[in-house]
Design a protein around this ligand. Structure first.
Ligand SMILES: *Cc1c(COP(=O)(O)O)cnc(C)c1O
Length: 418
């Protein structure tokens, strides 16, 4: 059962009345359900092979309270910057359960991760390998490394979140993999521990995963035969969710069954990096309608949340279900649901059917727990939405909305302009 359900015709997050919460915490705000985070992480833990490292992708939702909730369930972390590494550590995730991904790690970020003693670096180029080797040797340590392989598989997702085709910047092309491993083996500051693949995000069918995993398993066995120490197989993240209620998206159990088929007869320590499938269903964005604007051809609902709070529709044409916080029997109408930002892209939904809605009404965007708050910006000098974590009947603001004065105070006027 969803943690977001109507009681007395008011949408609740667990036991918290969202209309009341909106009065306490000014809109817009993100609201996360701790129970859903635990349930979604638990689904991966139950379905994936025993002992697998489930390194939650911090970039999906890196709020410290979210990370701490997941850490308590045994989550590791997949980080893509020094900042995310610090957050994961601060949330209590052991360094030995942290993997570091990303195409552009700086030497300073590598040093930080080596000092912390992370589980593994997922290295994406020979150039990066050379820098990591130098940083590790300078510290007198050896960096545990998996090379991220680009298997040239189209994940069948939106072009802006596909990462495993030959045209993408991510990973080392399959035909160059053997050479890259030979190079890694020659470097004193590098210890090869495994192989890594991540072909994209919001992937809605199992076929591309399976094709990519089979290629990587075959390569891994090949590399082993050449004497490389491929103990770990990091299969990345990317499992999609049913944003539009489409039942076709595979669930965690189906994904895990496919993984078991691919791994059968092979002996690897598996690592997974799910982000969206854990965090997205655990969050809502709650916003208030500022104005209803009747134009000749359309009716606009103008919200107090904008693309600076929730970028996904503008960036990826993403669909989020939008519901009224107070259920109503009002007749259905068609609306363009938009934000206040001065950009034509600041549109959440076109021609969306909703019960008749008035200024002052509250709406909630469903499945907004991943790639929502983490992608927010202060564009148009609008401080991004606050974040609230709910657990049962308790709630807490886990990131306040900055004030205009906070934003103002972060700029500096140089002496020569005073
Ligand atoms: C973004 C990312 C993930 C998480 O992807 P989801 O689609 O959120 O599961 C995992 N691994 C890497 C390397 C990523 O860049």
């Amino acid at each position: 059962m969803s943690a977001f359900a109507y009681r007395n015709r008011i949408l609740h997050a667990e036991d918290v009345d969202l209309a009341q919460l909106a009065d306490s915490v000014a809109t817009p705000f993100y609201c996360y359900s701790a129970a859903t985070l635990v349930e979604r992480f638990g689904a991966f833990r139950a379905a994936l092979p025993d002992g697998a490292l489930i390194a939650y992708a911090v970039k999906a939702n890196g709020n410290l309270a979210v990370l701490r909730t997941l850490a308590a369930e045994g989550a590791g972390a997949d980080v893509v910057s020094g900042g995310e590494l610090k957050k994961a550590l601060a949330a209590g995730i052991a360094a030995s359960r942290i993997v570091f991904s990303g195409v552009g790690k700086s030497a300073a970020e590598m040093a930080l991760a080596l000092e912390a003693g992370i589980h593994q670096f997922n290295v994406e180029s020979e150039a990066e390998l050379a820098v990591l080797d130098a940083v590790a040797r300078a510290k007198g340590v050896v960096a545990p490394v998996a090379l991220r392989i680009n298997p040239d598989i189209d994940a069948g997702t939106h072009a802006k979140i596909t990462t495993g085709t030959a045209a993408s910047k991510f990973g080392i092309a399959l035909p160059q993999a053997r050479e890259a491993y030979a190079r890694a083996a020659s470097l004193a500051g590098i210890a090869i521990v495994g192989i890594d693949v991540h072909i994209g995000s919001q992937i809605a069918t199992l076929a591309p995963f399976q094709a990519a995993f089979r290629r990587v398993v075959a390569l891994a066995e090949d590399l082993r035969a050449q004497g490389h120490g491929i103990a770990r197989l990091d299969l990345g993240g990317g499992l999609g969710i049913a944003y539009a209620g489409d039942a076709a998206v595979p669930n965690v159990d189906e994904y895990a069954a496919m993984v078991r088929r691919v791994l059968e007869g092979h002996d690897f320590a598996p690592v997974f990096e799910p982000g969206r499938a854990i965090a997205a269903p655990a969050g809502l964005l709650v916003s208030r309608v500022l104005y209803v604007k009747h134009a000749p051809e359309r009716t606009f609902l103008i919200l107090d949340a904008g693309m600076n709070d929730l970028l996904r529709p503008a960036l990826y044409e993403a669909h989020h279900a939008i519901v009224r916080v107070r259920a109503t029997d009002a007749p259905a109408r068609r609306y363009d649901v938009v934000g206040p930002i001065c950009e034509s892209a600041d549109v959440f939904a076109r021609d969306r059917e909703l019960p008749q809605t008035e200024a002052g009404d509250l709406v909630a965007f469903l499945d907004a727990g991943a790639y929502g708050a983490t992608m927010a910006s202060a564009y148009n000098a609008r401080p991004p939405a606050a974040e609230v974590l709910v657990k049962g009947e308790r709630w807490s603001v886990v990131r306040p909305r900055l004030t205009d004065d906070d934003l103002l105070a972060s700029d500096r006027i140089p002496d020569w302009l005073r």
